[in-house]
Design a protein around this ligand. Sequence first.
Ligand SMILES: [Zn+2]
Length: 274
Amino acid sequence: MRKICLVLIDGLRNDTARTECGFLAASVEAGSARAWVMRACLPTISAPLYETIHSGLAPVDHGLLSNEAIRPSPHPNVFSVLKGAGRSTAVVAHSYFHTLYGGSSFDPFEHVEINDPEAPIPIARYYSLEGYNKANPALLSEVDLCAQAWQIAKSASPDYLLLHSSSCDTLGHGYSADSPEYRIQAWKVDNALSRLIPRLKSLGYDVLVTADHGMNADGHHAGDEPCLRDVPFIVFSDTFRAKPDEVLDQWIIAPTILDLLGVEPPPSMTRRSP
Ligand SMILES: [Zn+2]
């Protein structure tokens, strides 16, 4: 049975992914992956777009329009639909995902590691990034995140595995998108993925790589600029179909994941994959 890993690289703009991520580019050049431009929804803010990516609804439709307004998702989403279908999910992600889909507000002492078949997301490894700033960016090692995802895939083989990396966003805020720190971090993520994705493929996973939003030269994101809205959508899957030059909308991700897993998307996911 097909399994899906979504790699969500927070704050990675499309042009930076194309120029800095050599492994992903090599995979496209060799034909083992295909790349599209995806247009992020507005506002280009993380929590609203996490919800878009997992509910298939634009922020103006799902109602979460600010990180500060984050709340448990009231909408059918990839995690709840798969649980209802008897399929398994797992995440390695920022704590916002616990607040959205994990069933309670996030307490790092209770939720940093979850292994509970009854939980909304039965296997989870969360990080908080509490206290980070420019002087102390509190970056997590990308290969450590990838290794956590691999351990989960190898031991539990969840149908849907989310790997969410925050480091490009963190350095983009600290140094701006027009900085060696941001560009080199994009490569560091790519370098870790070069060791994870082939392993996931060997287990039968299809892998989707994308971002929630981009980053601008002010070290900010929220509005409507190409550098904020254009993000990569790189697909390691033979079954995903879209025209090669089509600009994809971000709300197709949730129904696409369910389609690839053979689960009927709920009626709320009206914007279907192409
Ligand atoms: Zn950010």
